[in-house]
Design a protein around this ligand. Structure first.
Ligand code: C5P
Length: 315
């Protein structure tokens, strides 16, 4: 490997997500739950920079970086190794993650890291996989990883990994209430199981939800926001009850726990309304951080693929 190759840096950005509806079905023999969800990618991102190296390593900076493991359990590192194994690549990578999405926040931050790492390594190593081949690898890494590749708004079925796009219009304005401590997704699904008195029905999405998205109408969307994992997440993190109440008091159109939590996502009617809800939520002091974001946003994409130093090396 020449010096110039070793300085090839690929920068990929992938979005976090909120689940506008998350309807969970019965547990399956493989430990997953069948579900139906509507994902929307929002303007909170994970940035992954990949550089060729002899082995595999990862470093992390940004929001809640200290909570992210840098050992072999790191999902971006697992993504890089999976691509190397399946494409028979005999190269390594040094990854750096700059986190914008909360860690273990129910917004798919780890999934975005994995999606971004897959795409970054594909470009870095020149493996040239098609998007659907990347999506297959993504599904092996986690149920939400394929969505972080595709972004925008999509219905997820199966484990959440079988996607069909939702052709909506307009931009939605969301206020996020972040918590300093995350919730482990498996524990929230377990709590969901424990709460069920009888058999769990097969989940379905409402027709009105899909019409609201097609129309880009936040007032029509508000009553359709639903999350079957929310009661279990509130059991495990009771302060979320206060956050949800504070979001309602702050004038949000609707509020739900995002995914497995603990992030709470509140819907606003536009930019100015979102700022006002955010200000009032901050004043309520129920969240560690309050952010305003928009959706939908694009899936994982290459921002830069920069080769070598400015001065030319030997031919
Ligand atoms: O796929 P991922 O690793 O993100 O999922 C984390 C955990 O969340 C799974 O191991 C499982 O316990 C739970 N899960 C589930 N059903 C899903 C998605 C996730 O039970 N559809």
């Amino acid at each position: 490997m020449s010096t110039r190759d070793s300085e090839h840096v690929v920068h990929v950005r992938a979005p976090g997500k909120v689940n506008l509806a998350l309807r969970v079905g019965p547990a399956r023999p493989d430990g997953y739950h069948g579900l139906v969800t509507v994902f929307q990618a929002v303007s909170l991102y994970e940035d992954v920079r990949a550089q060729e190296a002899p082995g595999f390593s990862v470093t992390v900076s940004g929001r809640q970086a200290a909570a992210v493991p840098t050992d072999d359990t790191n999902l971006a590192l697992r993504a890089a190794r999976l691509l190397a194994d399946s494409a028979a690549v005999d190269k390594g990578v040094r990854l750096h993650l700059t986190k914008g999405v909360p860690t273990a926040g129910g917004m798919g931050g780890g999934s975005a890291d994995a999606a971004a790492a897959l795409l970054a390594c594909d470009v870095l190593w020149g493996t040239g996989l098609a998007r659907d081949e990347l999506a297959e690898l993504a599904a092996e890494l986690g149920a939400d990883v394929p969505f972080a590749l595709t972004g925008l708004t999509a219905v997820g079925t199966g484990r959440g990994d079988v996607l069909s796009p939702v052709l909506g219009r307009g931009t939605f304005h969301w206020v996020l209430a972040l918590q300093g401590t995350g919730l482990p997704t498996p524990a929230v699904f377990r709590r969901f199981d424990e709460r069920q008195a009888g058999p769990v029905a097969e989940p379905v999405l409402s027709h009105d939800l899909m019409s609201a998205l097609r129309a880009g109408d936040p007032r029509a969307l508000a009553p359709e926001l639903v999350n079957d994992l929310q009661p279990g997440a509130v059991d495990l993190a009771p302060q979320l009850g206060e956050v949800l109440a504070a979001a309602a008091d702050a004038g949000a159109l609707a509020q739900i726990v995002s995914g497995s939590g603990p992030t709470v996502v509140a819907l606003a009617s536009g930019h100015a309304h979102a700022q006002s809800v955010a200000d009032r939520l901050r004043a309520a002091e129920v969240a560690d951080e309050v952010l305003v974001v928009t959706g939908p946003t694009q899936g994982a994409r290459v921002l830069e693929s920069m080769r070598g130093p400015a001065h030319p090396g030997p031919a």
